[in-house]
Design a protein around this ligand. Structure first.
Ligand SMILES: [Fe+2]
Ligand SMILES: [Fe+2]
Length: 307
């Protein structure tokens, strides 16, 4: 390949360090300018750029991941990862279903055509995550099963009042959860080569998902009425409390692979708190549940109502 060919490949391949349009004002006008309404609720310019970035970072699991890489030969380690991964699989599958359901509602509410394009790519990301974790579970010798114990989380995140706003704030929690968990899982002394590869690629997608929320949520928060804020606040507390309670059942497995549940939750709550601070609200707005070491059997939680 001569130098010209190399340059052409470098500049014309989405996903490479530079795009063709970086040096072309005409192409920038054509490709980067949003098509949306005059007074969009969200920052359409940023969302359009993120859509392009997300599209260029798409990956095909059988090409990116070596499904031949081994999992841990030790049975107890495989079982621990299988139980943890089943929860992760359930959450990813739930997220996929909820996104597919919320996509048109969110685009309508935010009055943004750019959001439609971006969420379509997000939906594909989550489908890939479900596919990959499903394959990992099979490699671990566990059938991929959707655990209905967690189903209420998806309902709390996308049903009821202020459903678009509530869904987006819930996603802030779940994407932070996914990122913090994947980082710790990847660093686990007991992670197998395939699991580590899987976590690495999933993390790249999840951090992009957080980027989207940081673009849109300040505008969503600004437009939310007092009633809406109260509802979102109650619902977010419920989701975090439910996660705190239910994750207690994974305490032993997480500890076995070197993940401390309390540290994980603290990191997630801290990241969510920082994000809310960025939206101009503090702990007075969002309460965080106490992380306890009590057993699951003694815990009771109830769904919030609008006050
Ligand atoms: Fe995901
Ligand atoms: Fe995600």
């Amino acid at each position: 390949m001569d130098t010209n060919e190399k340059n052409e490949t470098k500049t014309s391949t989405p996903g490479s360090t530079s795009f063709m349009f970086h040096n072309s004002p005409a192409m920038q006008e054509l490709l980067l300018k949003p098509i949306s309404k005059e007074n969009p609720i969200v920052n359409d310019v940023k969302i359009r750029r993120l859509y392009l970035q997300a599209s260029s970072q798409q990956w095909y699991a059988p090409q990116k991941l070596n499904f031949d890489l081994p999992v841990d030969p030790e049975a107890e380690t495989r079982k621990a990862w299988a139980r943890i991964s089943e929860v992760f699989y359930t959450l990813e599958k739930m997220g996929l279903n909820v996104i597919a359901n919320m996509m048109p509602k969110a685009a309508g509410k935010l009055k943004s055509d750019e959001v439609v394009n971006y969420l379509a790519v997000l939906c594909h990301d989550e489908a890939r995550h479900v596919f990959v974790i499903e394959s990992y579970l099979k490699k671990l010798g566990a059938p991929p099963v959707y655990d209905y114990k967690y189903h209420v989380l998806g309902q709390a995140a996308s049903l009821g009042f202020y459903r678009v706003e509530n869904w987006m704030f819930s996603t802030l929690f779940s994407e932070n959860f996914a990122s913090a968990f994947l980082r710790r899982a990847k660093a686990s002394p007991r992670i197998d080569p395939f699991g580590a590869e899987m976590c690495k690629y999933l993390m790249i997608d999840e951090s992009r998902h957080l980027h989207f929320l940081h673009i849109v949520l300040p505008d969503v928060m600004d437009r939310l009425s007092i009633m809406g804020k109260t509802y979102v606040k109650a619902s977010q507390y419920f989701i975090m409390k439910f996660s705190e309670v239910i994750s207690r059942s994974l305490d032993a497995d997480a500890a076995y692979v070197g993940i401390n549940r309390r540290d994980l939750l603290e990191e997630i709550f801290e990241n969510v708190e920082k994000a809310y601070e960025g939206f101009g609200v503090t702990r007075q707005f969002l309460r965080f549940p106490k992380i306890t070491d009590r057993g699951l059997a003694t815990a009771t939680i109830s769904y919030p109502s609008v006050s």
